[in-house]
Design a protein around this ligand. Structure first.
Ligand code: SAM
Ligand code: SF4
Length: 326
């Protein structure tokens, strides 16, 4: 089966948030204080997350990314991932993590059937890393990355949210990393999430990131595979690793968006920036999973053609990325 929206886009990728909790508090994702946590009863059980996923896969989803909050802080995550990975028809199970718990959990994740990891890492220096993450310890993440390599994961994707005056001075350091290691480093344009009026100052446009790289290095383009998402990919000639730029703001990739999102509280959304969506909990409560599949198809049909965050005069409701899963 295939899920095709009204704009002819094939929707085959589900981002599934399993928790809104996190062991970090990145400045670009959550405010320092005053984040309201979901209460326990509002977070979907693993059984319900599996029911939604099974129907989504039956409807046409081929790839599931487990995210959060920090997915590795939720108790029982390994057993859940094992069951998720066993869903018939699912081709790809991947996970996004801040890497803090990877040292302990990498082997378990691999054994549970997770095929690839995206690891968020916004600085290669201890002090800026601690500042951006509000207290995170860089060495733990680096140890986690090594542990995941030893556990047999293919080359990790490293996500870097680039912020002017915060970590944009490290762009070329991350580029150098791809000359040494086979990582796929992806630079992500900072997206406004908490209603910050100054987001344009922080956001370094993808074109500028590219200019800074090509001023120093010769690059060659690499090809995106079908479900690989919105990154424009390339490599420094001869490098074992690769690079990507995700221009979520300046060159929004809505035309090729293939995503559906489900939050930890069971809210399904067609677009990250849209307040529209459907609360799946009443449908879960009916016990009728065929209705779930119908609802998933309806959300795909209602998926907007593009987000409007960058449009002059348009205001989107503030939200914490940790709630929606990035
Ligand atoms: N805790 C995990 C992590 O940090 O990788 C998974 C959840 S996090 C919300 C998912 C992704 O969203 C991360 O790669 C993070 O860098 C990205 N993200 C969060 N806030 C963002 C923002 N304001 N702009 C761009 N990317 C953001
Ligand atoms: Fe936590 Fe990930 Fe958000 Fe950082 S980006 S606060 S690690 S959920």
């Amino acid at each position: 089966m295939a899920l095709i929206d009204t704009f002819g886009r094939r929707i085959n990728y589900l981002r599934l948030s399993v928790t809104d909790r996190c062991n970090l508090r990145c400045s670009y994702c959550m405010p320092e204080e005053g984040v309201e946590k979901l209460c326990h009863s509002d977070v979907l059980s693993y059984a319900d997350l599996l029911r939604i996923s099974a129907e989504a896969v039956a409807a046409g989803i081929e790839k599931i990314r487990v995210t959060g909050g920090e997915p590795l802080v939720r108790k029982g995550i390994l057993q859940f991932l094992e069951r998720l990975g066993a869903l018939p028809g699912l081709k790809e199970l991947v996970l996004t993590t801040n890497g803090l718990l990877l040292k302990e959990m990498a082997q378990g994740l691999r054994d549970a059937g997770v095929q690839r990891l995206n690891i968020s890492l916004d600085s290669l220096q201890a002090e800026p890393f601690a500042r951006i993450t509000r207290g995170g310890e860089l060495s733990r993440v680096l140890d986690g990355i090594d542990a995941a390599e030893r556990a047999g994961f293919p080359a990790h994707k490293i996500n870097v949210v680039v912020m002017r005056g915060v970590n944009d001075g490290e762009i070329l350091d991350f580029v150098k990393l791809t000359l040494e290691r086979p990582y796929a480093v992806r630079f992500i344009e900072y997206m406004p999430t908490s209603g910050d009026a100054d987001w344009r100052d922080l956001c370094v446009p993808g074109a500028e990131i590219m200019e800074r790289i090509t001023a120093q290095y010769q690059i060659e383009e690499t090809v995106n595979t079908d479900r690989s998402g919105p990154s424009k990919n390339f490599r420094i000639i001869g490098a074992p690793g690769s690079l990507g730029i995700i221009t979520a703001m300046t060159g929004h990739f809505c035309d090729s968006c293939n995503r559906l999102r489900v939050t930890a509280s069971g809210f399904a959304k067609g677009c990250l920036f849209s307040g529209d969506g459907v609360d799946l909990r009443p449908i879960l409560a009916t016990g009728n999973d065929a209705l779930l599949r119908q609802e998933i198809s309806r959300i795909v049909e209602a998926k907007p053609g593009r987000h409007q965050v960058t449009d002059e005069g348009v205001e989107t409701a503030p939200f914490a990325m940790s709630r929606v899963g990035g």
